[in-house]
Ligand binder design. Structure first.
Ligand code: ZN
Length: 244
């Protein structure tokens, strides 16, 4: 049984067996699915939720990049698509999502899914997966709104740590030392798929294929919308209010 009840998280502790820390005492178990254009700030939201509130970031791009880096069979299969900034076969992606999602839920974690394949069949797959595991009432969709031009500007300034995959933005979330990861001192480099031409292609794809899925999701789930054309401090205050 994979159902996570809030009473488990809120259960009182018996003297001598330890104390439940504040971060473990959540209002209720909640999970999020992020549907947003590239560069609109969903990664920043996810990093914040992970660091401040202990959410598990189920980032499809990271999972696929890890497979490529490990040179697994799956990694070899998906590498050319990723290098062209194209979407990977949704059957592969959905299987990866399910595998990692079930693991997180089994450990009583809260997940944030980032990178759902942009198709109605993938959306149905997810909805079925939630229903089978009694998660439907705990899931919300989150949308981030930003103009295409602003998205392109943000992506141009984005660099990623080669070792720990932490993402910085030279306009926004800067590392303390230029070109060096704050967390592990490894080198920061732009990602291959982050050039303007690929970004414009992905934005067009988003408007055509992903935006309609938000309307689809809104018929069964709550949808929270953030306008990310604000400074980071203001956004963090909104995220805290939403996540706490
Ligand atoms: Zn790092």
């Amino acid at each position: 049984m994979l159902r996570v009840s809030s009473t488990q998280l809120l259960a009182p502790t018996i003297d001598g067996l330890g104390v439940v820390s504040d971060s473990q005492v959540k209002r209720a178990t909640r999970h999020f699915v992020l549907l947003a254009a590239p560069g609109s700030g969903k990664g920043t939201f996810a990093q914040y939720a992970v660091e401040q509130f202990g959410y598990k970031h189920l980032c499809v791009g990271d999972l696929l990049r890890a497979e490529v880096a490990a040179q697994s069979e799956l990694g070899k299969q998906v590498k050319p698509f990723m290098e062209r900034g194209e979407y990977v076969d949704e059957r592969i992606t959905c299987a990866l999502i399910a595998q990692h999602l079930l693991k997180i839920v089994a450990e009583n974690g809260s997940f944030i899914i980032d990178g759902v394949p942009p198709s109605e069949s993938s959306m149905r797959f997810l909805i079925d997966l939630f229903a089978k595991n009694n998660l439907t009432h705990q899931v919300s969709f989150v949308q981030f709104v930003l103009s295409d031009d602003a998205s392109v500007q943000r992506i141009k300034g984005r660099v990623i740590c080669q070792a720990c995959a932490y993402v910085y933005n030279l306009h926004w979330v800067q590392p303390k030392i230029n070109g060096v990861c704050d967390r592990c001192n490894s080198a920061l480099t732009p990602r291959l798929a982050d050039n303007e031409e690929i970004t414009r292609k992905r934005l067009a794809f988003f408007h055509q294929h992903v935006e309609p899925l938000l309307a689809f999701a809104a018929s069964s789930f709550k949808v929270k919308r953030f306008d990310t054309e604000k400074d980071l401090k203001e956004l963090h205050a909104e995220y805290t209010e939403f996540l706490a």
